[in-house]
Design a protein around this ligand. Structure first.
Ligand SMILES: C[S@@+](CC[C@H](N)C(=O)[O-])C[C@H]1O[C@@H](n2cnc3c(N)ncnc32)[C@H](O)[C@@H]1O
Length: 280
């Protein structure tokens, strides 16, 4: 059996601080073994025999180098089509018609949506399907769905648009035939869905990248802020607020809330769910 490289508690603390600074993801000390397993894996893959050498790489290699590979090892990318169906139903049946009515009155037929932390693409593709199903004059609208994630690996999967049964488990049967093609390798999302979605790598705590995002009607930032702490959540939520149009909505995961972080949004009840609207 090969000896495992030594990683002291001091090393781990430095590493945890570094991960937090770079990604906003906050690991409590009970997650130490999770981090250690992943560092050891990266040390083997990069041929570093000491933690110090590996940490030096992390700090000083190009931003696109080891840092991103290490982050890819750490992130939790769990997702599937129509995740949190009741929330999406509330969005589709209550928020969307109300919102589009207002846009029609002002003769604005653009719809700009952001799936921030989109993982392998199931969320933005779900939104594309929802818009096609729910907007009766869909062809009159200029719809654009921007989908971003820190993890390049999942973005490659997202662009491929090919999924296994697990990703499809909550997809209504009629939509399977209408928006996907069953292939021997899995379910392929049809071009009629993918053409509204564009993927880009983006770190939610990168201030300058976040400043460039503006003018969104809806932002979905679901199931990522749970990995952050209050200070990184605050920073991200404030940047998302700035990215929204006045009157625009932000949707979070069902265990996430911005109530504790900011009073800037108007809280609205949507069926069993709460959603947050930027004041007009
Ligand atoms: C659990 S998935 C959520 C996917 C989808 N939003 C959903 O709810 O099904 C969380 C995603 O957040 C991404 N993530 C974590 N930290 C991030 C950061 N600082 N910037 C951008 N994306 C991040 C991860 O790479 C992962 O793909």
């Amino acid at each position: 059996m090969e000896a495992q490289p030594d990683i002291s508690q001091k090393d781990l603390n430095r590493l945890r601080d570094f991960i937090f600074k770079e990604t906003g993801i906050f690991y409590e000390s009970k997650k130490d073994s999770y981090i250690v397993t992943r560092v050891r894996q990266r040390m083997v893959e990069t041929g570093c025999d000491t933690f110090q050498k590996y940490f030096h790489n992390l700090l000083f290699e190009s931003r696109d180098g080891e840092l991103l590979s290490f982050i890819e090892e750490l992130t939790v990318n769990e997702t599937y089509f129509f995740r949190d169906f009741p929330q999406l139903q509330g969005f589709a049946e209550e928020v969307l018609p109300f919102y589009l009515k207002r846009k029609r009155i002002s003769k604005d037929h653009t719809l700009k949506v952001w799936s921030a932390a989109c993982s392998s693409g199931e969320e933005p593709y779900t939104l594309s399907i929802i818009f096609q199903e729910m907007i009766e004059d869909f062809e009159l609208w200029d719809v654009r769905i921007d989908a971003t994630d820190i993890d390049r690996r999942v973005l490659r999967q997202a662009r491929l648009g090919l999924y296994g049964e697990r990703a499809m488990k909550d997809t209504p049967i009629p939509y399977r035939a209408k928006y996907f093609q069953k292939t021997p390798d899995g379910w392929k999302v049809l071009p009629g869905v993918t053409k509204y979605v564009s993927f880009e790598q983006l770190n939610l705590v990168d201030r300058s990248a976040m400043r460039r995002r503006r003018g969104y009607d809806f932002i979905f930032c679901r199931n990522v802020l749970i990995y952050f702490n209050d200070s990184s959540r605050k920073r991200v939520v404030s940047a998302l607020y700035d990215a929204l149009l006045p009157g625009g909505y932000i949707f979070l995961g069902h265990s996430e809330s911005v109530g504790r972080i900011t009073a800037a949004f108007i809280l609205e009840r949507m069926g069993n769910f709460l959603c947050y609207r930027k004041p007009c």
